[in-house]
Write a protein that binds this ligand. Structure first.
Ligand SMILES: [Mg+2]
Ligand SMILES: [Zn+2]
Length: 193
């Protein structure tokens, strides 16, 4: 069993950022995403999706839509020889909608719940693990668990870089063009020991 894992944000990192995804047919893989996940698969490094989906709390779509979107995502990845080891999502929002979805949960990034659940399940050392995402909240959840934050320029990434102007609340360890470049960095680091 690997002692570290790679946590992947979904929208803007694995798939194109298109706003709230209320139909699986709208999902598009960012070029290179499947190759990136396949590369992790080939090294037996757990590839774990962790995605905030507050569209449920906001009433934009039902929770079962997330399952349908993730089935479609898994199909698209499988067609390209890639497989996510696990998928975690948070359907909650602290202040919008109705209970049970309106709650100050422990899983909405930058809260660490999705990462700590996966760490327990896969036996991961979070301080050796990586979080790859396109938003400051992805970097923040990395810091919360002591993981290594990597930012991609896809999705909201470019805008987040501009907004931060070099003054990050949580500074990314490195910034990459896309998920594939980020995963290549991880694999090279690992090979170098
Ligand atoms: Mg994102
Ligand atoms: Zn949650």
């Amino acid at each position: 069993m690997a002692e570290f894992g790679v946590f992947l944000d979904r929208d803007g990192t694995v798939t194109e950022e298109i706003g709230y995804v209320n139909d699986p047919a709208r999902l598009r893989l960012i070029p290179g995403s499947a190759e990136a996940i396949a590369l992790l698969n080939s090294r037996r490094i757990p590839a774990i999706l962790a995605t905030n989906q507050a569209g449920v709390a906001r009433g934009y779509f039902k929770e079962e839509m997330i399952g349908r979107c993730h089935s479609r995502l898994e199909e698209m990845l499988a067609a390209l020889g890639a497989k996510l080891d696990a998928i975690y999502f948070c359907p909650h929002h602290p202040s919008v909608g109705e209970p049970p979805y309106r709650q100050d949960c422990g899983c909405r990034k930058p809260k660490p719940g999705m990462l700590t659940s996966a760490a327990e399940r896969f036996g991961l050392d979070l301080t050796r693990s990586f979080v790859i995402g396109d938003k400051a909240s992805d970097l923040e959840v990395a810091k919360v668990v002591g993981a290594r934050p990597l930012l991609v320029r896809t999705g909201y990434g470019e805008g987040e870089i501009e907004l931060a102007g070099g003054r990050w609340k949580v500074e990314p360890e490195a910034i990459f063009l896309n998920l594939l470049d980020a995963v290549r960095y991880i694999v090279e680091k690992e090979a170098a020991g």
